[in-house]
Ligand binder design. Sequence first.
Ligand code: ADP
Ligand code: MG
Ligand code: ZN
Length: 477
Amino acid sequence: MGKTYETVIGLEVHVELATKTKIFCSCSTEFGGAPNTHTCPVCTGMPGALPVLNKQVVEYAMAVGLATNCDITRNGKFDRKNYFYPDNPQNYQISQLYKPICTNGYVEIKGDDGEKKQIRIHEIHMEEDAGKLIHDDFYDCSLVDLNRSGVPLIEIVSEPDMRSADEVVAYLEKLRLIIQYLGASDCKLNEGSMRADVNLSVREAGTEEFGTRTEMKNLNSFKAIARAIENERERQIDLIESGEKVIQETRRWDDVKEYSYAMRSKEDAQDYRYFPDPDLVPVIISEEWMEEVKSRQPEFRDEKMSRYMEEFELPEYDADIITLYKPLADLFEETVALGNRPKEVSNWILGETMRLCKETGIDPDKIRFSADNLSKLIHLVEENVINRGSAKEVFEEMFQTNMDPEVYVEEHGMKQDNDEDALREVVKKVIEENPKAVEDVRSGKGKAIGALVGQTMKATQGKANPAVVNKLLKELL
Ligand code: ADP
Ligand code: MG
Ligand code: ZN
């Protein structure tokens, strides 16, 4: 029998903050402008240009720290991390080494054993992002785009407290939800606004001492992270079992080929010659400022979920999904506040909204229709103005364009036909034209009535009130 091994994982998570401007200048952080158009002397590293700290960056970092139970450093500062790379025009990155803004925190996740588990956060620090190198095969050259240079980041460094891919994903989900609820970032792994580096080692089960770790980069989905962890765990165990040593190195994960390869070894680790940045004043956080940020903290996901189950009597399943994205939770609450039944609102969100999000590839946090319009649609159904079939059709249009469902129903003549006398004539005609189905119903095949309802709906372009049609069919047969 082989030995059993335990996986030990610590994460370094970079999050791009959702500020309008960069961390040390007033250039736009907007993604996707023409190369080098969101730049100035500061973020292109011109000699003599002076950085000025963006207050919003500090507030977001503080808010994330408070939400993750960190101590907030009241007298912090920035340091220079010196290295040369063409996407880094200053030849140093402004970061925090000696006095990061947040230390000693934790978040709670569901651990592998199903119990609550704390994942400790060693620190959170603020820093600037680098630019981007674009390798052009056609002209055989490399080009640099500095639009991203100076975009604010926080780096959240965990303790090596995770033991499996599931725990890693649970931890990342937790961070993502906290940060999205704060509006501090949209945290998209696939777009790079959240980037996780996975530090992983293995040790024989039951031993205390940590093994040598590797760091894996380029993981841009939860699935990729899970696969990379499995793969790296196996790789390290194979090395150990065959008497070799794990080398401390940085590896790059290739999710298409499903393997990782060494990028650089830590043995020739660079000395970054960190020193305090002389261009920036210390970051002093007053009691008042901290209290102000504290008082603005939103209700987070766990509290919201419990409240939905209590106050609105939603099933756990519903509350779980709705609170997974803050914009969905906002939509839900606003629609309920307009006087709609919570469960009915929830059904529209869980059913049609989620279905269309999947079909159209629109992220649930980017939905476009308003609470006002959803509320109107629900009222149209409840007041029997349109039937559910038509409502789904209206909803599809509203999902795309956020048009007013009342106006739409009016303009498209979709109002439900509740007029018994008029419908009786249609039903009579359907009965005449479908002798086979009629016979089936009469001979006790209950299901056959569905076909007749369907024919009647078709004859009325979907506008008949199905309840009235059913009633008439029973009466006439
Ligand atoms: P460095 O200074 O090389 O960046 P740190 O001590 O800051 O290293 O740790 C970086 C990350 O690696 C942290 O998230 C930490 O939890 C994790 N880590 C440290 N040692 C191990 C280990 N033996 N196995 C797995 N993860 C580790
Ligand atoms: Mg580190
Ligand atoms: Zn700039």
